[in-house]
Design a protein around this ligand. Sequence first.
Ligand code: 0A1
Ligand code: ZN
Length: 877
Amino acid sequence: MDIASNAAHPEAAPAITAPPVIHREDYRPPEWLVPQIALDFRLGIDATHVTAKLSVTRNPAGEGGSTLRLNGDQIAPLAVRVDGEAVNDWRLDGSDLLVALSGEAHEVEVETAMNPAGNSQLMGLYASNGMLCTQCEAEGFRRITFFPDRPDVLSTYSVRMAGDKAQFPILLSNGNCTATGENADGTHWAQWHDPWPKPSYLFALVAGDLVANHAQFITQSGRKVDLNIWVRAGDEQRTQHAMDSLIASMKWDEQAFGREYDLDLFNVVAVSDFNMGAMENKGLNVFNTRYVLAEPETATDADYDGIESVIGHEYFHNWSGNRVTCRDWFQLSLKEGFTVLRDQLFSADMGSEPVKRIEDVRTLRGGQFPEDSGPLAHPIRPDSYQEISNFYTATVYNKGAEVIRMMRTMAGTERFRQGTDLYFDRHDGEAATCEDFVKAIEQGTGLDLTQFRLWYSQAGTPQVSVSLTHEGDVATLTLAQTVPATPDQADKQPMPIPLRIALYDRDTGCHAGERLIVLDKAKESFAFGGFARLPVLSINRGFSAPVAIEFERDAEDLVFLAARDDDPFARYEAMQSLVVQHLVAAVGGGLADAERAAGRAAIGKAFAAIIADEALDDLMRGELMMLPTVAYLAEQVLVADPYAIHEEREALKHWLGGELASELTALHDRVSAVPYGRDAAARGARKAKAQALILIASGDAAEGAARAIAQYRAADNMTDRQSALTVLCNLEGPERDEALADFHQRYQGNALVIDKWFQLQASCFHPQVLNHVKALAGHPDFTLSNPNRVRALFMSLALNPKGFHDVSGEGYRLIGDLIRRLDPLNPQTTARFVPHLGRWRRIEPVRAAMMRAELEAIMAQGELSRDVREQVGKSLG
Ligand code: 0A1
Ligand code: ZN
């Protein structure tokens, strides 16, 4: 579908005036509780009818009001009954239903109907590929029925659903299936009961023609759990990795956190139209297909890792999120930050811990650091929002995980476990707050976290400037911290920053042991005796704190650490810093030819050492060979020219490819001989192969094209095929056309792989990339109605420094255009594009003006969703 001709059909409620701002401090307990709810669905793709029976009781903690407020969104009450009697004294307040109640406890029954096929927002009940499914977090349940749709109202759910048996042979909801039956008219029904009280955002229903990969898991206490991964027929042979990951997650949570599964059944359903990665609905996780389906021919190693981590993440939510949930949405990081940390620790235990740490830090720096330094910066526990969907951010998730990881670093693993045990025991069955979590960790570990709580309330990435001096035999480390001003927060206080450090003796190349120092003042010095010469400092080892370290140091010291630091993260960091320092200076125009040559020579030397180091495994070698991204480089300067950074980075790659041509081709030859396998050695070989090929092609396009097309043709797995195609996409010539045509033809009908075909072309550095994107938006395989496809094309463009920041402004216009066209269909997915334009203040003036103009044009459109309006408003603000 051509995006230019895709007529928008407005489904989102237009918000002409600015939507109200919701403040954390305004939290009030609910007036009414709903201990039980019975839902009855008559299912149809175009029309589904819902009867909801709510047992409501007055909350003693409320203020005693007699009106029951039930949230609704795009639904109308067809009938309202109180204690079995039809009533008329209800009214609508906006889209909420208000029912007057006189007593302490009542049964309130409301009937509604909706059209799942017309639900393009993919929130509430919607149709995807002929099946029906739900997404209720954060506020989707109110699109199904009227309800106090807030996470501190916990109810026991009984669900009955009936639908056409041929169309929906499988009927699923939370908990256990308690009865099924058939009707004479070709319909059938199922009854489900979930014994665990839960908030409405964890409700789920799925109806469709699905098949399952089935397995069993025995918990540590001997409970037998049936596991099902439900997919469309034909996809079941691609679910084994997801199943293995699920079983590994269940075992791991018992061992690492003492958490056992609590139902007899655990269902996972894969759907192809989904706004996010997956959803942790109690006993019925719903997943984006990309985090379920994998086989070597169609999924890369990164895809496999993504499945393991998202399966783990959703499973771990069963305790951190479901058994202990959030009091309100400001506490989102309570479940998300903690669960991200848990999934990170799980993946680290399943594979390479150092490589996982490096990847997690790369994700944080690529996505969260820019958020923290831009107009949408917010603390991990935000103070206000207009649309909660906009707060499923890298800050709440990834920085949230880092904050909890710091507590773990300061406490040590065992004491931290005592803290989390206390937290789970104390708050099981409750809707808790971040403060509850910190208190439990404080009491369980014995740490004093009074000052540490600032990490929850202050936004911005702390900057730690470092100096190291030497006198006599004492080395003095002086650290100073500043937390930058962010919107709504001008003045910041110093925070406790735990830094793992080591001081290397230059002569022996060794250090006398790592130590943990906690910088909790604006400025502080630490003295270390026993050094005849100035030592080499290794700091923030393991990335023990999510801060930016400012430390101007000699390339020589960085080469020293890049070659031998015994903390793998610090070794990677030394390599990155070497490149960052050089590229930032080069782009700033501050390098004479001789200095540029010296800088490159130091980098070349470090690269050569990494390629030659036989003690390194290939997985780590591949990591160390990755250059910092343009986004991360741009973060290092106040006002960046991303295009110039990209060019300078490409020039360095060209130089490295030429300088190290023989080393790189030898490496590429060696790792190409390793046969496919899912083991660490074979995965490492593929990673090193990809990095070597990129540099070879940068140095010599003809050699790169020859090797890439050979690798493409010989590939027996998607990792090799994709890394070859990535390189070919950047080049001109017949090999590019051959491989792209072959790829499309080979994987026709496999949506996840066709996504890669769009993504590779939109992320490459081909001179015609913008024209390619425009043409691809008109390709018959393109559609605005599938979020994966939209992201494959347009998010790839927004993240491509060459395409997005083209000086013509065409990249900005394409994203602006997309925002305008997609918003009426799917506001949640649309709003995620806004921050890319929103970074205009940190971009050089010519481009900044065009980015800003694009935002203004969006704002001028008038009919915007609350999601987009909030993001654009703040970005212009
Ligand atoms: N709780 C989920 C994330 C999620 C949030 C909103 C959604 O709505 C479309 C979907 C998923 C998680 O952390 O995995
Ligand atoms: Zn989550």
